[in-house]
Design a protein around this ligand. Structure first.
Ligand code: GLU
Length: 323
């Protein structure tokens, strides 16, 4: 049963429009400092000079600036959702197949797999995400529909889809991810045929959402695992409070590839980033922040996105340590 009382307005609610406008203006100074991802050819076609930011508060209010309604390629941000689905499905047994330590290595590094017997460091690097997709491939006959179904429900958006052109572009060039899948299979840590899992993985990564939709879709992580509808009314208990806390911990320590430590220092919020230039950050108990700007730094994180999140915490005082 939904509680129908009006949520209490958050004190940030009135300040956010001016803060977001200020961040958008300041961020423009960083255009040209990064490069759009090109190792997936279709991603290189995106106009680099775009910037969108959306904040959804647990009081039901939504705030945005710039290109916040433009869908972009989620890429590794989907690893957050597939990890959550796998955690719901397997519980603690999931940790037999994947670790929960930061890798300190590039998102697509193969090196640690060699010395660590085919067990990836965490679910957010490519190797770990491939194991997670393998878990879900065993569980769902049509993983693409299962994932889209969950995302549509969480985002309250029935029209979400994955971009077939981007998926094919990644699949045609996925040699490194395929190598990792085979390597893990040789260690007994891969159940399904790597080709099938890669098909699913490339569709998953090609899912598109806008910042506004992404902020809404991750609200359950800011709200003790309980989804919040756009009006701020509580909906499904998507994860237990304990699981939500653990997902946030993993985002804080592993969500930004080998820049996770730097991001924790600069921003201090659980984050997941993707090479499409998107980032989502969770302020537990307060709300979620999604930002998108396609130009990436050398580690694959959005230059303007990182700046925007850093400015937001500076201007609002948000930090995981304050909750
Ligand atoms: N689909 C991308 C890959 O596997 C995701 C990488 C990312 O966003 O970090 O390379």
């Amino acid at each position: 049963m939904r509680a129908m009382s009006e949520p209490t307005p958050h004190p940030l609610r009135d300040q956010l429009p001016a803060i977001l406008a200020q961040i958008e203006t300041e961020a423009q100074a960083l255009w040209g400092q990064g490069k759009v991802a090109s190792y997936i050819p279709a991603l290189a076609e995106v106009n680099p000079r775009q910037f969108g930011m959306a904040v959804a508060l647990t009081d039901g209010s939504a705030h945005s600036v710039g290109h916040a309604q433009v869908p972009f390629s989620l890429q590794s941000i989907t690893k957050l959702f597939t990890f959550v689905l796998a955690l719901k499905a397997l519980g603690d047994d999931l940790w037999k197949r994947v670790g929960r330590e930061p890798s300190g290595a590039a998102f697509n590094s193969i090196v640690q797999l060699e010395t660590e017997n085919g067990i990836p460091r965490n679910p957010f690097i490519n190797a770990g995400a491939l194991v997670i997709t393998d878990v879900l491939t065993s569980r769902y006959a049509h993983l693409d529909y299962a994932l889209l179904g969950a995302l549509r429900r969480l985002a309250d958006e029935p029209n979400l889809h994955w971009n077939a052109r981007v998926a094919k572009s990644e699949r045609d060039t996925a040699h490194r991810n395929m190598a990792m899948a085979y390597f893990m299979k040789s260690h007994g840590n891969f159940v399904n045929p790597p080709e099938l899992v890669l098909d699913n993985y490339c569709c998953q990564c090609a899912t598109e959402m806008s910042c506004a939709q992404l902020a809404q879709a991750t609200m359950f992580l800011a709200n003790d695992g309980r989804d919040l509808r756009p009006d701020g009314q509580a909906d499904e208990q998507f994860l237990s409070p304990d699981e939500a806390r653990r997902v946030n911990a993993l985002m804080l320590t592993c969500g930004a590839y080998d820049a996770a430590g730097d991001f924790a220092y600069r921003i201090g919020l659980p984050i997941k980033t993707g090479v499409g230039g998107g980032m989502v950050a969770i302020a537990p108990g307060v709300g979620t922040i999604a930002v998108w700007a396609p130009e990436l730094d050398a580690k694959g994180n959005s230059v303007l996105g990182a700046f925007a999140l850093e400015r937001l915490v500076q201007l609002t005082g948000l930090s995981h340590t304050t909750f």
